[in-house]
Write a protein that binds this ligand. Sequence first.
Ligand code: DX5
Ligand code: ZN
Length: 222
Amino acid sequence: MKKIQIAPSILAADMAALGDAVEKAEAGGADMIHVDVMDGHFVPNLTFGPIIIEAVREVTSLPVYVHLMMEAPERYLTAFADAGADYLIVHPETCPHLHRTLQQISDLDVGAGVALNPATSEETLRYVVSMLDVVLVMSVNPGFGGQAFLPEVLPKIRAVRQMLVEVEREAFISVDGGVDVKTAPKVVAAGADLLVIGSAIFKAEMGVAAAIAAIREAVEGS
Ligand code: DX5
Ligand code: ZN
């Protein structure tokens, strides 16, 4: 049975106690910390910049997985790498020169990834697949936490897995949006191995550690 990675998304955490939330996630068995950067242009919301990545970096030893929902992300790649990002994920809609942008990320010694919106085909990855360390399949339209999982992305997860197998590329397939104990087994069965989870971890009544444990139990054996 392969180990499924869990990356809590701090978008759903209490921002007034962010360090505490990250520490709880790490102590509760999280594998990475997911940070959503939103610019108010590519997506209709505003969130974090490099100073928050730096603050997260200081309170955890886990990899910091940065999801860039912003236009012209190439302007900030160095700033995010310097702030301590371990993975930088871009949306192809924001990168007219996607190949070059991924090369720039790799040149910074940071893991490179591409995020696919619900309406974006996996074919976008065809000619960059051998450069990828992470694929992020969005299972909601990006911009907000707490939205309902879109089941129509399940065949896309399978297609991405197939594409990686064909070129023998080792990369995480992550799924982001509406992942919880009910939907996690479906995305894992489709081929995902890295679950990005906001509300179902940080807003869970049972608490962060119990929520992570419940997700792990739900995907064991899928
Ligand atoms: C949405 C973000 C997600 C978000 C997921 O644009 O990319 O990372 O935090 O939140 P939930 O798990 O609540 O759908
Ligand atoms: Zn995200």
